[in-house]
Design a protein around this ligand. Structure first.
Ligand SMILES: [Zn+2]
Length: 145
């Protein structure tokens, strides 16, 4: 996990991009845990923090997939703990539950399709994700917060 000092412009851009990515994952999964199907009220930010976007391909494996929409899945706190503690079982669950998504991510896990260098592209990632979130919300998905 990369560490960032929160007071630099670069760190602020990364945090904004992280938040925008998280917002998109919440909207796509309708504020519902993909594993246990627990739903969290969208308009309560404290409850919303109980849901955690999880990277299918970890940032350590490929940092350029950090803000890739297809690389995110929404899990509740308990399921995210399970995923962190049992990576092999989590991978098997993803493979069974989301076979197309899982296969796509396996095929692309070492590719660098977008946002190649985090140092340069955090702001661009934020801009694009914020636009995507607005589109998803407009399409009738639930607003995350
Ligand atoms: Zn869950």
């Amino acid at each position: 996990m990369m560490r960032h000092h929160a007071n630099t412009p670069r760190a602020k851009a990364v945090l904004k991009a992280n938040h925008a990515w998280s917002d998109c994952i919440h909207v796509i999964y309708n504020n519902t845990c993909a594993r246990c199907k627990r739903k969290v009220l969208a308009d309560n930010p404290m409850l919303r923090s109980l849901l955690h976007p999880h990277h299918i391909i970890s940032v350590g494996v490929n940092p350029s997939l950090r803000w890739a929409i297809l690389n995110g899945i929404l899990l509740c706190y308990e399921c995210h703990c399970w995923a962190t503690d049992h990576p092999a079982q989590c991978d098997e669950w993803l493979r069974n539950e989301f076979p197309t998504l899982w296969q796509f991510m396996q095929d692309n896990q070492f590719k660098r399709p977008r946002f190649q260098v985090l140092r340069i592209d955090a702001e661009q990632a934020y801009e694009e994700l914020a636009k995507l979130k607005a589109k998803l919300v407009k399409m009738g998905k639930q607003h995350p917060a």
